[in-house]
Design a protein around this ligand. Structure first.
Ligand code: SAH
Length: 214
């Protein structure tokens, strides 16, 4: 089966069938060949309904979860988006087709390098090797922030780097997590909505990066 057919089947059976309907999200998913973001030995499973290992104990999320989170983030064409947890770069590629610019942070150097390679055909993504707990001060504020690694609590720095009116979607908690959407309603006010339960890798504090130039 060609990858186009597998991709089409993935979108229909895993994503539309479970209720993701935003045409912009479906269109973005249909334009990114997911097999190019997974290790070569796992390419034949790239369109299956589960997360896959990308090395270093990390995973590329299940396609449905990528779709669900992307839809929940409600990204618009003129948005500046921050992603924490670049991993393979797949989620960043999807976001970059919906936004004006995506800034993404990864803490594991070989994954950061591989993601930059995977994303070479996506001009609207910038990858940083750094600690997501600090966000990206030089580029803040952002219209949208997406976390694909789970902190025990949403870090203050990230709450403060989203614009008023902006949204953050994040898995929050230890073990299994609650997927939460935060909307910043004022200088010191954020509204929280519970979306569903999820399982993500933990967001690991990485103080070794505190000296970088952000
Ligand atoms: N969005 C990815 C999946 C990410 S898996 C994709 O589409 O493939 C979560 C990633 O978050 C892992 O690569 C992990 O190394 C990274 N991560 C964990 N803690 C982090 C931190 N403090 N800062 C930046 N990245 C972090």
């Amino acid at each position: 089966m060609s990858y186009e057919m597998s991709l089409k089947a993935m979108i229909e059976h895993q994503i539309v069938a479970r209720g993701v309907r935003d045409p912009r999200v479906l269109e973005a998913l249909s334009r990114v060949p997911r097999h190019l973001f997974v290790p070569p030995s796992l390419r034949s499973q790239a369109y299956e309904d589960y997360p896959l290992s990308i090395g270093y104990g990390q995973t590329i999320s299940q396609p449905y979860i990528v779709a669900l989170m992307t839809e929940a983030l409600d990204v618009q064409k003129d948005h500046k988006v921050l992603e924490i947890g670049t991993g393979s770069g797949y989620q960043a590629a999807i976001l970059s087709l919906l936004a004006s610019m995506v800034f993404t942070i990864e803490r594991i150097e070989p994954l950061w390098k591989q993601a930059k390679e995977n994303l070479k055909d996506y001009p609207h993504v910038v990858c940083l090797l750094g600690d997501g707990y600090q966000g990206w001060r030089d580029e803040a504020p952002f219209d949208r922030i997406l976390l694909t690694a789970a902190p025990p609590h949403l870090p203050r720095s990230l709450l403060e780097q989203v614009k008023i009116g902006g949204k953050i979607v994040a898995p929050v908690g230890v073990g299994y997590q609650r997927l939460i959407r935060y909307t910043r309603t004022g200088e010191k006010h954020w509204q929280e909505e519970y979306l569903c339960d999820v399982i993500f890798v933990p967001m690991v504090p990485s103080p070794e990066y505190t000296k970088d130039s952000r």
